[in-house]
Ligand binder design. Structure first.
Ligand code: C2E
Ligand code: CA
Ligand code: CA
Length: 660
């Protein structure tokens, strides 16, 4: 009506058509402006709605791919574009853009896209341009824009009329681009571009945030793995096992359920390691780990608790099940291992400790299982259930035994050498090897504390072999350096009862190619008295090999002279307790003097130990003692210092004989 000039809009009065012509034109113009504004407003609104929807979604996403998918989904749902996709700029030779997420109508379009961000034909589309320039790239009309050439046909087929690519950039780093294709031409005006750019920035921030979070999580995971798993085998480690076992024990206690902890030790692993080298030995351990893993049920745990020690945790297991598993574990390693072309056979021992019988904490069970494994090894039975004198075994003592075993096995003991001086010639006649245990927490543990422990726990045998091997190595190294010094090694009573002792010493001498004359053995008088017949036999064989033998701590063992006279020994070593009081006690003086004359009669050499004053040394010289050893000359020293000391002593006594 208005247009036709039939109605006055305000008054409702009819007018002629001529009056209305201009009004109508103005109105049209106003409507058009309003419509334009409205379109702009709607565009801006759609972008704004998108941003806020996107932000909500982005905040919810918990992974990067979820985040990208959400961004594309929001663009389609809220922005009503036909296609949204995110591409990442790769730094490969082609500078390709990898499609990471998309949403909307694409019908295989992205597959044939093949975009890059290089300055080439396939790089001059919106995505490539946005990445390359770092600015939004708009294609107002896909139908006519020359830069869209490579994709035009396929795009038009799918109803895309215009497109925009927004760079995804964070803190100067170009990640890629978010591309939107719209169904109508010229779909993006300035304001919308600005708002979309903001959304792209938020997305880029979200991506970086996710990546950082992932990195952080990975680092945390790696730390957790490190703390709880063994890096070589991937098995749970000791800490992990302990937590698991302690927790299980807490749960089992009220119900009285049984539990078992097995310990699987490879015998002589260090010899194997020496033979194979570390890399191959590591492979072997991995292989052992996987065979053990293969034997146990899914709810049972195999852990690595030491270099060559594994533990197997059996929840709910009684003794008979534990024994069944022990047998299976031993069977599993029965067949040879192929290690880079070599066939390796291993022997192992399994120790079993049971809850509640043998302990109510992981550490106690681990220790008892360790002791049981050791019992199995000694008895040659393959496996053993813990059978120990529980009352005298305090946890500290048990722990120390385990630590000592490990120290012996991993070469962590030391030998010090104390020189002996021949009084008449004023020459160093030899040195006594004295074992030392440097303990990480307790410092240097003196032999008086751990030798009895070793004797009690069966460790005295490996300890003696360690000392012998080490002492011979030293003699051989010294000899190679032009320094020849006989070394005395102490043996315990139990060592004399070891049927392998003589053969082992022989083998060690051969292996080190040290002359038997350079090895001496010290055996305490009390040791010899424990089993006189047997001692005599062993000493005979050792002496026949050319090894000199001294009776240590002489005077403390109440040996009968008859017996002494028949022993194949070379020297008597007068115990330190007599030397200490010699100068002040007539009785002790008499004992020393008698011992020396007794030795003369039996044609034995006499050595005095623990000489720490000049007065004692003087008296001993007058009594015609052959050799003396003690702080007066030198304390026990590390090998290189002992060599230095001896050389210094030799040059001093060569120039001017020492008179004390
Ligand atoms: P031992 O065989 O009687 O060794 C002599 C001990 O007296 C050593 O103590 C030595 O350091 C100490 N000593 C030497 N000169 C003096 C001195 O002038 N004054 C004083 N106060 N002490 C002196 P260490 O090294 O502590 O050894 C103690 C014992 O441990 C040894 O007594 C020996 O029975 C045993 N032992 C040491 N090494 C071994 C070993 O490799 N195997 C065995 N089975 N026993 C060992
Ligand atoms: Ca000794
Ligand atoms: Ca002594």
């Amino acid at each position: 009506l208005l247009r036709e000039g039939r109605l006055d809009a305000r008054t409702g009065v009819k007018h002629g058509p001529s009056d209305f012509g201009r009004l109508a034109a103005a109105f049209d113009a106003m409507v058009e402006r309003l419509q334009t504004d409205d379109r702009a407003l709607r565009r801006a609104n759609r972008a704004l709605r998108m941003i806020s929807a996107a932000n909500r979604e982005l905040l919810r996403a918990s992974t990067e791919s979820e985040l990208l998918a959400a961004a594309c989904r929001v663009a389609i749902a809220v922005g009503r574009y036909r296609l949204a996709w995110v591409g990442f700029a790769e730094h490969d030779e082609r500078k390709s853009i990898r499609i990471a997420a998309h949403h909307g109508f694409e019908q295989g379009y992205l597959e044939i896209l093949d975009v890059t961000w290089s300055d080439t034909e396939r790089g001059r589309g919106p995505a490539g341009t946005a990445v390359r320039t770092g600015r939004p790239a708009v294609v107002r009309s896909i139908a006519t824009d020359p830069s869209f050439g490579p994709w035009r046909e396929q795009a038009i087929k799918r109803g895309y009329a215009s497109a925009i690519a927004l760079p995804l950039r964070f803190d100067g780093e170009m990640l890629g681009a978010l591309t939107l294709c719209a169904g109508e031409p010229d779909a993006f005006d300035e304001r919308e571009i600005t708002l979309l750019s903001e959304m792209a920035d938020d997305l880029a921030f979200g991506i970086i945030h996710q990546r950082l979070r992932l990195k952080h999580e990975r680092a945390e995971e790696a730390l957790t793995r490190l703390a709880y798993f063994d890096a070589l085998t991937g098995l749970p480690n000791r800490v992990h096992l302990r937590e698991k076992v302690d927790k299980a024990i807490e749960q089992a206690k009220p119900r009285g359920d049984p539990l078992a902890l097995l310990r699987f030790d490879i015998d002589r692993f260090h010899d194997i390691q020496d033979g194979l080298g570390y890399t191959r030995a590591d492979r072997l351990l991995k292989e052992v780990a996987s065979r053990l893993r293969g034997v146990v049920a899914p709810d049972e745990t195999v852990a690595r608790v030491g270099e060559d020690e594994f533990a197997v945790w059996l929840p709910g297991a009684d003794e008979s099940h534990a024994i069944t598993v022990a047998r299976k574990l031993l069977d599993a390693v029965h067949e040879s291992f192929g290690v880079t072309g070599l066939l390796v056979d291993i022997q192992a021992s399994v120790g079993i400790a049971l809850f509640p019988r043998h302990g109510a904490a992981a550490d106690a069970l681990l220790l008892r299982a360790d002791i049981a494994a050791h019992q199995a090894k000694q008895a040659g039975t393959g496996f053993a259930v813990y059978a120990g004198a529980t009352d005298q075994e305090t946890p500290e003592r048990l722990a120390l035994i385990s630590e000592l075993r490990r120290a012996i096995e991993s070469d962590r003991l030391l030998l010090h050498y104390q020189p002996k001086v021949a009084l008449r010639s004023q020459k160093v006649s030899g040195a006594e090897a004295l074992v030392r245990w440097p303990h990480a927490a307790k410092g240097m543990i003196p032999p008086s504390q751990f030798i009895p422990l070793a004797e009690h726990s069966g460790l005295i045998k490996p300890l003696a072999y360690w000392v012998l091997r080490q002492a011979l190595r030293q003699v051989s190294a010294w000899r190679e350096a032009g320094f020849e010094l006989p070394v005395s090694v102490n043996l315990s009573a139990r060592n004399l009862r070891d049927p392998e002792l003589v053969d082992k010493i022989n083998a060690l001498l051969l292996a080190s190619s040290v002359d038997p004359g350079l090895l001496k053995l010290e055996i305490t008088e009390s040791t010899l008295m424990e089993d006189p017949a047997r001692s005599r036999d062993v000493l005979r064989r050792l002496k026949d090999m050319g090894i000199e033998i001294s009776i240590d701590d002489f005077g403390t063992g109440y040996s009968s002279l008859n017996y002494l006279a028949t022993l194949p020994v070379d020297a008597l070593k007068i115990d330190r307790s007599f030397i200490v009081n010699m100068a002040s006690s007539a009785t002790h003086m008499a004992i020393v003097a008698t011992s020396i004359s007794l030795a003369r009669t039996l044609e034995l050499k006499v050595v005095a130990e623990g000489v720490d004053t000049a007065e004692q040394a003087n008296l001993l010289r007058l009594l015609k003692c052959d050799e003396i050893q003690g702080y007066f000359y030198s304390p026990p020293l590390p090998a290189n210092e002992c060599k230095d000391w001896c050389e210094k002593f030799a040059s001093r006594s060569a120039g001017s004989p020492v008179s004390t």
